[in-house]
Ligand binder design. Structure first.
Ligand code: SRM
Ligand code: SF4
Length: 571
């Protein structure tokens, strides 16, 4: 910990929790045995995050339980570690079963290509983790101050380059996993490390990182992983159809707090070029630099983006090169054109097919007339390829042979999910975070209100003759940015119940942030504010110009910034 700030300011409370935890054990095991409460103590709540678990409570029930003098309706959220979002049919079936038996019956695909279970009661945590382990899955380092689930453009069969990239992402994920045996000891009744024998975390040390750390791999022209939002990004560079290396980008991150301009979303910058054999070494050097220089006194200033903002990219590059012994090459020219997931049947280079299935907000559950969970279970029962979760909370059914297509199509159609079920491209490009009732940080609704928001915008788009236009709309219940709303052409960010900050003007390829147009409005006010903007776009846009680019060029005033609305919309 050599940061200047740390010499003078006290460390953030989490630092002491981590250092006293004996490599993430704390007293979690003892507390699990305590049946008198559904909760665990605050310190252990910080530690369980490193095991992929968050304690939550059902916020819809808070008032009722307070009045009945009952403790909150505590339960846990578990996030699976799934590099590149790949899962086999057998794993799918296990997750489906565990959701019913040990959680609240639904599965949630996250914006970082993995699954979350919600509503797990304390006593069900161990059976759930044991079930995942039986299917060769875990939740190690899915949350916490470590390198999290690594993202990679899905569908390795699409081209050999995608296949190679998936392996690179998986290798880096495994290389940067914490080494502590705490997870196995606590959740899987693994053998305890002998008394007094100390463990080592060669990469992280006893206090791990100052804050969460995120990595994504992209292959142009698709920026589906929103690579510029990642602490560390790898952008595939192709030569003659082959993946020859990666541009490395650093310092992306989206979280901020309303009214605190010292916090802000930031796009990653290019650091240089590496060949595939250098990925792990450069990744480790970057993580180590952040481990040693990230701000451990203030968790709102602890992400890599602030380390780079404060110390400069040149300093950072020098540090990384000297730690790794690698001289980074010049970044190469890359060109992203889209963030969109492919939908429907797509043929891959290896002659197999994948089906891109849209899942609104990533929520896999059976609703009346819309049996998503059942449909996917039936697919998993017959499927011989695998599943890929996408960064836009969708799923692709991958590795389908030509002969097997009809069978899968029949299952999807039986449940109203097949090709006939045409959805607007606004809907296909939408995302929302979980928010209420489980997220403790939500200031407003997100997942639960998204269908209503889409319906309203769909009708405005139809009025303007733009029903088939792809426009990205993303919504979150607070400014932490979990559905990457600052990279959406239309971004809603929860501020208070029923009220949102509204942002427009990001590019459709994830390379420009949007800007504020209203600091606090209702959904209806936002629709009315954007109706004339959408109409103007319909009639005045340049050939092929995206909605975000048009807003940035024509509608947003020159003095609008991310934090300020400036002098008003130019209509
Ligand atoms: Fe997130 C915290 C959900 C992707 C930025 N995020 C949370 C917590 C755990 C709330 C909490 O700390 O108590 C949310 C749990 C809600 C629930 O009930 O499930 C939560 N984040 C999610 C997910 C599930 C949203 C979704 O609907 O899919 C995503 C899980 C991803 C995964 O599989 O790992 C999720 N979170 C993101 C992203 C997007 C990304 O990484 O691509 C971001 C913005 C990018 C970034 O990190 O800069 C993001 N989440 C945050 C932050 C703000 C971090 C910051 O630097 O300020 C928090 C709050 C915090 O860490 O203190 C947060
Ligand atoms: Fe919760 Fe905010 Fe993340 Fe939404 S953006 S899941 S409300 S932390």
């Amino acid at each position: 910990m050599s940061s200047d700030q740390e010499a003078t300011k006290p460390l953030a409370a989490n630092e002491n929790i981590k250092s006293a935890s004996n490599f993430l054990r704390g007293t979690i095991a003892e507390e699990l045995r305590d049946e008198s409460t559904g909760s665990i103590t605050a310190d252990n709540q910080q530690l369980t995050k490193f095991h992929g678990l968050y304690m939550q409570d059902d916020r819809d029930l808070r008032k009722e339980r307070r009045q009945a003098k009952l403790e909150k309706a505590f339960s846990f959220m578990l996030r699976v570690r799934l590099p590149g979002g790949r899962c086999t049919p057998a794993q799918w079936l296990m997750l489906d079963k565990l959701a019913d038996e040990q959680a609240n019956g639904s599965l949630r695909i996250t914006t970082r290509q993995t699954f979350q279970f919600h509503g797990i009661l304390k006593g069900n945590l161990k059976p759930l983790i044991k079930g995942m382990d039986d299917a060769l899955m875990d939740s190690i380092a899915a949350c916490g101050d470590v390198n999290r689930n690594i993202m990679a453009a899905p569908n390795p069969e699409r081209t050999p380059a995608h296949a190679a990239m998936y392996e690179h992402a998986k290798r880096l994920s495994e290389h940067t996993l914490p080494k502590t045996r705490a997870y196995h000891e606590i959740w899987l009744d693994g053998e305890q490390v002998a008394g007094g024998e100390s463990e080592v975390e060669p990469l992280y040390g006893a206090t791990y990182l100052p804050r969460k750390f995120k990595v994504g791999f992209a292959i142009p022209p698709s920026n589906d992983v929103d690579v510029y939002s990642q602490d560390l990004g790898f952008i595939g560079v192709m030569e003659n159809g082959e993946l020859v290396g990666y541009n490395v980008t650093v310092g992306g991150g989206l979280g901020m707090s309303h009214g605190n301009e010292a916090t802000f979303p930031r796009l990653a910058e290019p650091l240089g070029y590496v060949t595939p054999d250098q990925i792990n070494a450069i990744g480790v050097a970057i993580i180590e630099t952040q481990r040693d220089y990230g701000d451990r006194t203030n968790r709102k200033h602890a992400r890599l983006k602030y380390t780079i903002e404060d110390r400069g990219l040149a300093w950072f590059k020098n540090e990384v090169e000297s730690r790794s012994g690698i001289t980074l090459g010049e970044s190469r020219e890359v060109n992203f054109t889209t963030i969109e997931d492919p939908h429907g049947w797509q043929e891959c280079a290896d002659r197999t097919w994948f089906y891109g299935l849209h899942i609104l907000s990533g929520r896999i559950k059976d609703r009346e007339g819309w049996l998503m969970k059942t449909a996917l279970r039936e697919v998993a029962e017959v499927h011989t390829g695998d599943f890929r979760l996408t960064p836009t909370q969708n799923v692709t059914i991958s590795g389908v042979t030509t002969d097997a297509k009809a069978q899968i199509e029949t299952i999807l159609e039986k449940h109203g999910l097949g090709g006939e079920n045409k959805q607007s491209r606004l809907r296909l490009n939408s995302m929302s975070c979980v928010a209420l009732p489980t997220c403790g940080l939500a200031l407003a609704e997100s997942e639960r209100i998204l269908p209503e928001v889409l319906e309203k915008f769909d009708s405005v788009l139809e009025e303007a003759g733009l029903a088939d236009d792809a426009i990205s709309l993303r919504m979150t219940g607070c400014p932490n940015g979990c559905a990457r709303p600052y990279l959406a052409e239309i971004g809603f960010v929860g501020k208070a119940p029923g009220k949102y900050a509204l942002y427009i003007g990001a590019s459709y390829n994830g390379s420009r942030l949007n800007r504020l147009v209203s600091p606090k409005c209702t959904v209806d006010e936002a629709v009315e504010m954007l109706r004339p903007v959408i109409k103007k776009y319909a009639t005045e846009r340049n050939e092929g110009e995206g909605f975000g680019d048009f807003c940035d060029r024509v509608v947003l005033p020159a003095d609008a910034t991310f934090h300020s609305i400036g002098s008003g919309l130019q209509l």
